[in-house]
Design a protein. Structure first.
Length: 727
């Protein structure tokens, strides 16, 4: 495996673990310390330490080892997970995150911020043990002294580690030397002996197969658990045995029984590396002969090495581990590879549509049926491929608890974050691009929306403010809502600021919605002063621009004194959609199928300008023939396509309905970047190009536009954008 690729995997997995660590710490800050939370933090630090050790990242190993030692004390009851320690662990997680960032940048041999690391390590110094933990330590020391004094204990005062790593460990990119380097960080490697019994002739040697056994004599104050952690990533398929200092003869007996080499050969190796004296080896072999074929667990019980319940528990755990190891398998795939797969599936969809058109044109029934079957399979492949890229929106939401915690503390506000709908799925490409807009919105809610505790209490509100995240699916879209129970938006203040900045005109009559939408104008801000969070007039215009770049829309709802909700509505995917195809003249257009509510014949007498009387109610309509300046004469029988997005409905007047299809979305070129009513293009089965219409924008503008003669310019271009010339 390429080491750069292996380090990239280390970075990715470490970030996932740091995210889990942070979530566990924040959860304990909110709801109190829990054993599960402490274990989660410990596991994350422990795993990162093990991975860093494999790559020789000694500075990462030292730092995480200090964290792990403190957490181990909490798990053992020797220390308390106080609010101060929780805050310290959050700071340590931040520094560990910066170390992982440095690894990603290629800084492998040092800590770029050693001063900060030193300060944190000083704070991580173990607390003074209380009388209870001192008594526990004394009992452990006394017990160990009794074991050493036992006539069945050997004289060796060092650990003995026996390694028979999986034969293909080198193919996995693992270097056995890295484990010895890691051990050197925990203590001193006193001796290493290699077993060459399995080494084939040189002519048959495969350099990617590990043929050597390794025996290590190791001096350290580390626990067995810490030493075992060094080999966590190669434990599967490997045979690893660890014997403690002054181990009993029975433990060496078990070692001899489980290793593949002969007892005498192993005994010679143990003597060679200093684990046993020749006399002790003879005692072990003699005890083996005396014990016969007794199970080792029975020997341990009879010799009072461990109580029976421990043996029974170990056997049960072993059975459970074997069963659970087959339950779930997860494969991680690079996002770029998924993008390539989606692009290929898109081309397959287009090719399938072309084959269907050709088969129908030739009138060959057998060919048409075969192509129909192919189209069904392609659709299933498309759905499966798109499903691979769908991830829960909670992947974005989990970034905000920490941000809300830190900013609310800086502002002196008490804020609770409530998250619901985190399981709603969205395309991975959308998830990556929606984080920044949501960050702007949350920062605005914290700074502008939520009041201080004193102001809230005076207004009869709870002292603690609330910010809520919610996500749900609606008609082929995902809706993300960010709400706060703060002061709301003062419309008079917004309008006054807009007039002051020349965004609105004095005396201009605006609806509540239009006033609220003024906050999305570039340079608009109601902040009285500039802070680290806001006040520079940059933010909400960027939010709207980013959301619209994703073919989405954003709207505000606010009640003064009660709070504000920012609602984002986004398509589920930017790749392939089920579409509905229709024509105006000879030009083709497509709209998302899930937005089409019904189609009906247009009664010309019911059409009055931009409104049609439909099922007894007025419906805003857009005549695409006028909108796109289609010159061909209209058909005698026109149709009405009724589309709905959220609560808004719009009717599209078209010439011919062509039916359903799979539309592979192609982005618009730079020249048409400012088009507001077209979301992209798609290639049809006959090779022609169809425009994919932006229904949310058309519905909004159809309602707001009264002068249909200006409809084309209003829909297509912003006020500051001139119509591009093709000359």
């Amino acid at each position: 495996m390429d080491m750069a690729a292996a380090r990239a995997t280390l970075v990715q997995e470490s970030r996932e673990l740091l995210s889990e660590m942070e979530n566990a710490l924040l959860e304990m800050e909110r709801n109190g310390t829990s054993e599960e939370g402490v274990h989660a933090v410990f596991r994350a630090a422990h795993t990162i330490k093990g991975s860093a050790g494999l790559f020789g990242l000694e500075h990462v190993v030292r730092f995480t080892h200090s964290m792990e030692s403190v957490l181990d004390g909490v798990r053992a009851g020797r220390a308390e997970m106080s609010a101060e320690l929780l805050a310290l662990m959050v700071d340590c997680g931040d520094h560990l995150s910066s170390l992982i960032d440095a690894v990603e940048q290629g800084i492998l041999d040092r800590d770029p911020d050693s001063e900060r690391a030193g300060a944190l390590l000083d704070r991580l110094s173990p607390p003074v043990a209380d009388s209870g933990s001192r008594a526990l330590t004394e009992r452990v020391i006394e017990t160990r002294a009794e074991e050493i004094a036992s006539p069945r204990a050997v004289l060796n005062d060092a650990w003995h580690i026996s390694l028979r790593l999986a034969r293909d460990v080198l193919k996995s990119g693992m270097d056995p030397m890295s484990f010895l380097n890691y051990l050197s960080g925990l203590g001193e490697v006193l001796a290493v002996e290699l077993l060459e019994d399995d080494l084939p002739p040189l002519s048959e040697l495969d350099p990617e197969i590990l043929h050597l056994g390794i025996e290590v004599r190791f001096s350290s104050e580390a626990t067995r658990q810490q030493i075992e952690a060094a080999f966590e990533f190669v434990s599967e398929g490997s045979l690893i045995r660890i014997l403690p200092p002054h181990a009993r003869i029975e433990e060496y007996l078990e070692f001899l029984r489980t290793m593949p080499e002969s007892d005498r050969r192993l005994g010679e190796i143990l003597v060679a590396c200093g684990a046993l004296t020749p006399n002790e080896l003879e005692k072990v072999l003699a005890f083996q002969r005396e014990s016969g074929e007794k199970p080792i667990g029975k020997i341990f019980v009879e010799e009072r090495i461990v109580p029976p319940v421990v043996v029974e528990t170990a056997l049960r755990k072993q059975a459970v581990t074997k069963a659970s190891s087959r339950d779930i398998r997860v494969v991680k795939v690079e996002a770029e590879k998924l993008d390539i797969l989606i692009d290929l599936v898109g081309e397959l969809v287009i090719a399938s549509a072309a084959a269907r058109v050709a088969a129908l044109g030739e009138g060959a029934k057998a060919s048409a049926e075969a192509v129909g079957t192919l189209a069904t399979l392609v659709e299933e492949i498309r759905d499966s491929a798109l499903g691979l890229r769908m991830v829960p929106i909670g992947e974005v939401f989990q970034r905000f608890p920490r941000m809300v915690r830190d900013i609310s503390r800086d502002l002196g506000k008490s804020v609770e974050l409530v998250i619901s709908g985190a399981e709603a799925e969205l395309d991975k490409s959308m998830v990556d691009r929606i984080a920044d807009p949501l960050t702007h919105i949350v920062r605005n809610s914290l700074d502008h929306g939520l009041e201080t505790e004193a102001v809230r209490i005076a207004a009869g509100k709870p002292a603690q403010g609330t910010i809520s995240f919610n996500a749900y699916h609606e008609t082929g879209s995902i809706v993300i809502e960010v709400s706060d129970d703060g002061a709301g938006i003062r419309r008079d203040k917004v309008l006054a600021k807009a007039i002051e900045r020349g965004i609105a005109q004095a005396g201009q009559e605006l609806t509540d919605r239009e006033i609220l939408n003024l906050v999305f104008e570039a340079g608009f801000s109601t902040a009285d002063s500039v802070s680290d969070l806001s006040g520079r007039g940059v933010g909400m215009d960027v939010v709207r621009r980013n959301v619209e770049a994703l073919r989405g829309e954003i709207e505000l709802q606010s009640v003064e004194g009660q709070g504000t909700t920012t609602r984002l509505r986004l398509p589920l995917t930017l790749a392939i959609i089920d579409g509905f195809h229709f024509l105006v003249g000879k030009s083709s257009y497509v709209v998302p199928l899930d937005m089409v509510k019904e189609c009906a014949d247009l009664v010309e007498s019911d059409l009055h300008g931009g409104i049609v009387r439909f099922r007894g109610e007025p419906l805003p309509v857009i005549q695409l023939r006028k909108l796109f300046s289609v010159d061909e004469p209209p058909s005698r029988r026109r149709s009405l396509v009724v589309a709905q997005h959220g609560s808004q409905r719009v009717g599209l007047v078209v010439d011919q309905l062509a039916g359903e299809l799979q539309a592979v979305i192609k982005p618009l070129g730079p020249m048409f970047r400012n088009l507001r009513a077209v979301g992209g293009t798609t290639i049809l089965g006959n090779g022609s190009v169809a425009l994919i219409l932006d229904i949310p924008r058309l519905a909004q503008i159809a309602v707001e536009t009264s002068a249909e003669r200006d409809l084309g310019r209003t829909i297509f271009f912003s006020k500051k954008q001139e119509v591009p010339s093709c000359n």
